[in-house]
Design a protein around this ligand. Structure first.
Ligand code: ADP
Length: 268
């Protein structure tokens, strides 16, 4: 709360009274804190792969490169970390574009199954590398009015996590249905699961469950925060259920037709 006291003066400049103005700046402060925390987190998170890149390349230049086994091992680490850095920069740019509403709000009527198939095509290499069995259960032709890029990104992030956190030969299932006038989309896997006490933290930016455990997956810790942002900014919601070593299931509900509120906002 910001307090401003303004004196009321008479013509001889004597104080007659005071006006006390109270400004509620809680929201402004909160947004400022979100922004500064984000910049601090970004710098911290970018430093980790950069430190690895520097450390491993310096060790190679200091002589380790003459041992061919070490050379190959370190180059693989450098290559992985460079890839992770690339993915992080992409995710950070995407989040910041979303937050500045640079992503087009153009909504279209799309068949959800078509988007699911597009996503499976995009991820086909990852899926076949791990020999993951993907099934789609769906009510035919569920149609939704949404920005197509938003729906695609939500499904890409959830399915690629399902594949990434499921051991080889595991199963991923995608269920497309409706509940009232909402799309109900469930993505389940038979993967490593998420501990109960961390379920409410996984949507935070840069949060990764047990960094050691998920390190070889090479994620950025931003995928689910992007999903949450997209879902909530399309008037939807997301829930997660999980059991360690049994699997995880994310369910997303989104209005089938763009709510009037959004149309009105766009018109003003
Ligand atoms: P990341 O890039 O690390 O995958 P996300 O924001 O997408 O970041 O996910 C945050 C964390 O939640 C992950 O690091 C992982 O520990 C956990 N997680 C997400 N999806 C799953 C899943 N399907 N199974 C198990 N753990 C998951």
């Amino acid at each position: 709360m910001d307090v401003h006291v303004v004196p009321i003066l008479n013509t001889s400049l004597e104080t007659l009274n005071f006006i006390v103005l109270l400004y509620d700046i809680t929201e402004i402060r909160r947004l400022e804190k979100v922004r500064t925390d984000f910049v601090a987190n970004v710098s911290h998170e970018l430093r980790t792969p950069i430190t690895a890149l520097k450390g491993f390349s310096e060790t190679l230049l200091d002589g380790a490169m003459h041992d061919e086994e070490v050379l190959v091992e370190f180059l693989e680490i450098i290559n992985n970390e460079a890839g992770r850095l690339d993915a992080m920069v992409n995710d950070i740019l995407q989040l910041s574009k979303l937050e500045q509403r640079q992503v087009s709000g153009v909504k279209d009527k799309i068949i959800v199954n078509d988007t699911v198939h597009d996503v499976l095509r995009i991820l086909s290499q990852k899926i076949s590398l791990k020999d993951i069995h993907v099934t789609i259960k769906s009510k035919k032709d569920v149609e939704i009015e949404i920005n197509p890029d938003h729906l695609k990104q939500i499904i890409i992030n959830l399915v690629s996590n399902a594949v990434a956190y499921t051991p080889e030969k595991g199963k991923v299932s995608i269920e497309v249905g409706t509940s009232g006038n909402e799309l109900k989309l469930t993505i389940s896997d038979t993967g490593i699961g998420i501990p109960d006490d961390q379920l409410n933290r996984i949507f935070e930016r840069f949060y990764r469950v047990d960094k050691g455990r998920s390190r070889n997956v090479g994620g950025t810790g931003l995928g689910l925060s992007i999903v949450k942002w997209l879902v909530e900014n399309n008037e939807g919601r997301i829930e997660v259920e999980s059991e360690i070593d049994q699997g995880t299931s994310f369910t997303v509900w989104l209005p089938l037709s763009a709510p009037d509120k959004i149309v009105n906002e766009n018109n003003t």
